[in-house]
Write a protein that binds this ligand. Structure first.
Ligand code: ZN
Ligand code: ZN
Ligand code: FE
Length: 739
């Protein structure tokens, strides 16, 4: 007979961990107890088979659990210990544990949802320890019902029974509720479904915020949605009932299907098969963003569309209704979560606002992903992914990194874990800045971290840089592209000297110049820029981002092709004038940005001369690619400049945008591989880190990685965080934490 004390850390609370421990202990005939504490779960077991316990446990973990560490010590046997019990949590302030992200409804709950015999039949808020809301309803840790927005809903007798029964799936399921005791929708789901089919735009309160929902097959409602939301071109995401419906519309291989059906339920960008829907869904793009239902409300909606059958048979078949689901917010503001605000402000966009009486504590947008080489790459990391930590190779001092200006996220380190916040958005309005501060307070409190230093971008005027420097803590700046690359090094645990290629839109360079196509030699917290794209003038600064034709004129200027301005831009009177300005070089900054080069080529080929949203010109150019082609001798590498002017000269002569897109992508990839390989040989490296927003371009990312692999160079891409500015904060923390 032996007794062990076992301390387990990781995602072990609120995921059905203790009942699982209980069940295994009983199976092995062990006695003792299990309880939650501030660090995770503490177990004492006693019996003859204590040594098989941890092995059994790790093999039978509940799906949402994640073990970071197990510490096991032999302790003296306790005489007369005859039972295995689940003890109440230690109530300690210093919570050091984590909670699970919000998770899609599990299969057991889905079954009950449509089972007429279940207590939870058609209840839109059913959940259990394996599924349901978590972060979005949690006010503080340790995770208990009275610290969530379920506090105002005392459990009814039936729910209380489920909650207290260790054999029940709802044992200590903090958000559990039923029709009798839980939250309610403000309108019957059948009525909501009817409204949508009649062509109304419904603002429906979701898991992480209000969403606008409409029938994607109805062109008139799409047009109305675009007008009312003042959103001209940015693609809308689609929600379909099941995989069979997605398969009928898009190319979805097993890996993409797996991601779509995962409990995270992100939006996955997939190539559309044929054009079944109006171009208003995703103008000029060859992909749609798809997601599957993730809350019971979503399933009830699709069930209503299917005529309201009981059971789950209807869900096996392809469904005809396709929904547009987009975040309910006004012009760049964060997602709406406040009910009063929503009722007033969404009235202008939605025909109907449908709510429920459980508060959303912290907002989270839908996460967005794209498959790159059959593995997900994140475009926006929010619901379903946060607050999962990124494990680090080494512990860092408590560090706060405040991220960039666009697609802001911040990062807080706790020991050897880095917590990156949900996507906050662009900090160019008051509401987003408030969201940033609210979230920061919230995260620091539930992570129980007091930062010792703050890391910010090198740009002196970013809101986050100014704020960081005003605080009393030591503040350090990290260059934008260094942070982009360091984020990937942190994620992959890369130590020592390594090459890094950043292909990005804009970042403040060491000399104050605009960077975005840079090759670095990195070593821990030190970075050395060893080359860049051949710089072009960026006429009008920020204006050139919204008006790619300006970059095209700059490109023609760099090629000394004045006569081509009229030929390419007959309708832009300003184009010729701009060329003249460039000849005089008045107040014009240069940029080595790869993103701006994409803009220039897109405008030059007539694909997109004025952008309606960030990245549109490049995305539409990518969408045209059929088969990348290499233009021989299309690039030069001299004096540390990667110069594509030879192929650009050829592109000027092309009339066919598809050929142009193929040649630009193919030659860019071949040239980059040549450039990187040259430096690899010089510096005796065979690994390169890739990051920056341009790597969301699948043709570029897959093409470059494959080409480098062919010549023996391993390229690492960001996988846990986006390559765009959403991933900056981790890199900042990683570099800044080592200073
Ligand atoms: Zn469940
Ligand atoms: Zn109840
Ligand atoms: Fe960037």
């Amino acid at each position: 007979m032996e007794r062990l004390k076992i301390a387990i850390q990781g995602r072990v609370q609120g995921v059905g961990f203790r009942p699982c421990v209980h069940a295994i202990a009983r199976q092995l005939g062990l006695t003792g107890w299990v309880k939650n504490n501030a660090y995770g779960v503490l177990i004492e077991i006693q019996g003859e088979r204590v040594l098989s316990f941890t092995q059994q446990l790790t093999h039978h973990l509940p799906p949402l659990a994640l073990i970071r560490s197990i510490q096991q010590d032999k302790i003296p046997v306790v005489q007369g210990d005859l039972l295995f019990a689940i003890h109440l949590s230690d109530n300690q302030d210093a919570a050091n544990t984590i909670i699970s992200p919000d998770t899609c409804v599990c299969s057991a709950c889905l079954h009950e949802l449509f089972d007429a015999g279940s207590r939870y039949f058609r209840y839109p808020f059913l959940n259990c320890t394996q599924c349901g809301p978590r972060l979005s309803i949690t006010e503080a840790l340790p995770y208990d019902r009275d610290k969530t927005s379920m506090k105002p809903f005392p459990l009814c007798e039936g729910c209380q029974q489920d909650y207290l029964d260790p054999e029940n799936r709802r044992y200590h399921a903090q958000p559990t509720a039923c029709t009798r005791c839980g939250p309610h929708l403000s309108m019957p789901i059948e009525a909501v479904a009817k409204r949508i089919l009649l062509g109304e735009i419904v603002a429906l309160k979701g898991l992480g915020g209000y969403q606008l929902i409409a029938d994607a097959r109805n062109e008139r409602v799409l047009l109305r949605l675009r007008q009312r939301k003042n959103r001209e071109g940015k693609p809308f995401a689609l929600m379909l009932a099941n995989l069979a419906s997605v398969n009928s519309m898009a190319e979805c291989d097993a890996d993409a299907a797996h991601l779509l059906e995962s409990s995270v339920r992100p939006i996955v960008l997939l190539k559309k098969k044929k054009n079944l829907l109006s171009d208003l869904v995703a103008p000029g793009l060859n992909e749609f963003g798809f997601m599957l239902p993730y809350t019971p409300i979503h399933y009830l909606l699709f069930n209503a569309f299917a005529g309201g059958p009981n059971g789950l048979e209807w869900l096996q078949e392809q469904q005809s209704v396709i929904l547009v689901v987009t975040s309910a917010n006004l012009g760049g503001n964060p997602l709406m979560i406040d009910d009063t605000e929503a009722c007033v402000e969404l009235e202008e966009i939605a025909d109907r606002v449908v709510s429920y009486n459980r508060a959303i504590v912290t907002r989270a947008d839908d996460s967005v992903t794209r498959m790159i080489h059959n593995k997900p790459m994140l475009i926006r990391r929010a619901r379903g992914y946060v607050p999962n930590p990124i494990p680090l190779v080494n512990a860092l001092p408590p560090t706060l990194a405040v991220g960039g200006h666009l697609k802001n996220t911040f990062c807080v380190t706790r020991g050897d874990e880095a917590f990156v916040s949900q996507h906050i958005g662009s900090l160019n309005n008051k509401a987003s800045i408030e969201f940033f501060h609210d979230s920061l307070t919230y995260w620091l409190s539930f992570l129980n971290v007091k930062p010792e230093r703050i890391i910010h971008d090198l740009h002196p005027d970013f809101y986050t840089s100014v704020w960081a420097k005003e605080q009393e803590l030591p503040a350090f700046a990290v260059q934008h592209h260094h942070a982009h690359l360091a984020s990937v090094m942190a994620e992959h645990g890369v130590e020592g000297r390594v090459l890094g290629l950043a292909l990005d839109g804009y970042g403040y360079g060491l000399n104050g110049q605009s960077w975005g196509g840079e090759l670095f030699l990195l070593d821990g917290e030190v970075s050395q820029r060893i080359g860049s794209f051949y710089p072009l003038f960026q006429p009008g600064g920020e204006m050139a981002v919204h008006e790619p034709w300006r970059m095209a004129v700059s490109l023609l200027h760099a090629l000394d092709l004045k006569d081509e301005v009229d030929a390419h831009f007959p309708d832009f009177k300003q184009a010729k004038a701009l060329y003249t300005v460039l000849e005089k070089q008045i107040n014009t900054l240069k940029t080595s940005s790869c993103g701006r080069l994409f803009d220039a080529v897109s405008a030059l080929l007539g694909v997109r001369t004025v952008s309606q949203y960030e990245g549109q010109a490049a995305m539409q150019l990518e969408a045209l690619v059929t088969e990348p082609e290499v233009y021989p001798h299309g690039w030069r590498i001299s004096e540390n400049f990667f110069d594509l002017r030879p192929v650009l000269n050829y592109l000027v002569t092309l009339k066919d945008p598809v050929l142009g897109a193929n040649v630009f992508h193919g030659t860019l990839i071949a040239g980059l591989a040549d450039w990187v390989l040259g430096v690899c040989c010089e510096t005796k490296r065979n690994q390169v880190i890739l990051s920056g927003g341009c790597f969301l371009n699948r043709i570029l990312a897959e093409g470059l990685v494959a080409k480098l692999k062919n010549v023996g160079v391993t390229a690492l891409l960001p996988r846990l965080l986006p390559p765009n500015d959403g991933g900056l904060s981790l890199g900042q923390a990683w570099v800044g934490g080592k200073l």
